[in-house]
Design a binder for this molecule. Structure first.
Ligand SMILES: [Zn+2]
Length: 210
């Protein structure tokens, strides 16, 4: 699943229009597709720049994961332009296909839980008709916060790819700065790839908007 060179990325994070769309519009794949076996050992990897996470053996993003990140970055940049705030976008993949997407809707919905990752995870569960998202991959333009990582784990997801890393964004994006990704990995096969396209999105988060 290792991908070749990364194509140029563009970025962002945050909410797009708050209009309701049918689940069918969220998915690009039919129900019932099987997930690939996910038996790889936990791994983490940092692309470009430095990162204070423990770096271990890595399996970089696949072509599908890179493509999803490119698309998420585009949505983030678009949302930031449209709203005048930072843009944060997330995607859930299954078997390399997009199941659901989401942008930050905290202010649109007046709901502090509506982070882009939460929106995407919720939609993915609805689209797939199950709360067990085993084998699905979470893509986000910003390192998921503790709430989103918890939801990720409750959904039994085991892989996350993100762009902007905690070390390079304002602290306000994280409520428990003493918790690290490693804390969420213990006892799981959860793997992550950090910093994919980070340089394209960091400016969105420089002031801590959401
Ligand atoms: Zn979050």
């Amino acid at each position: 699943m290792s991908g070749p060179g990364l194509a140029p990325l563009r970025t962002m994070r945050r909410a797009t229009a708050g209009s309701w769309t049918s689940p069918a519009a969220w998915t690009q794949m039919p129900r019932g597709l099987s997930c690939p076996e996910r038996s790889a050992p936990r791994e983490c990897r940092r692309e470009g720049g430095s990162m204070d996470q423990k770096a271990q053996a890595s399996a970089g993003p696949s072509a599908d994961e890179r493509s999803a990140m490119n698309e998420a970055i585009d949505r983030a940049l678009r949302a930031a332009r449209e709203s005048g705030k930072s843009g944060i976008a997330a995607t859930v993949l299954k078997a390399g296909k997009v199941v659901a997407t989401g942008e930050n809707e905290v202010h649109l919905q007046c709901d502090p839980t509506q982070h882009a990752e939460m929106v995407a995870i919720t939609r993915a569960a609805q689209v797939l008709g199950t709360t067990d998202l085993t084998g699905c991959v979470l893509i986000s333009t910003l390192q998921p916060c503790e709430m989103c990582l918890s939801a990720f784990r409750f959904a039994r997801m085991e892989r996350v790819i993100f762009a902007a890393t905690q070390a390079k964004v304002p602290e306000k994006y994280f409520a428990f700065p003493h918790l690290r990704l490693d804390d969420f990995q213990r006892g799981t096969n959860f793997t992550f790839v950090a910093g994919v396209g980070e340089e394209l999105v960091l400016h969105l988060y420089a002031t801590g908007d959401e």
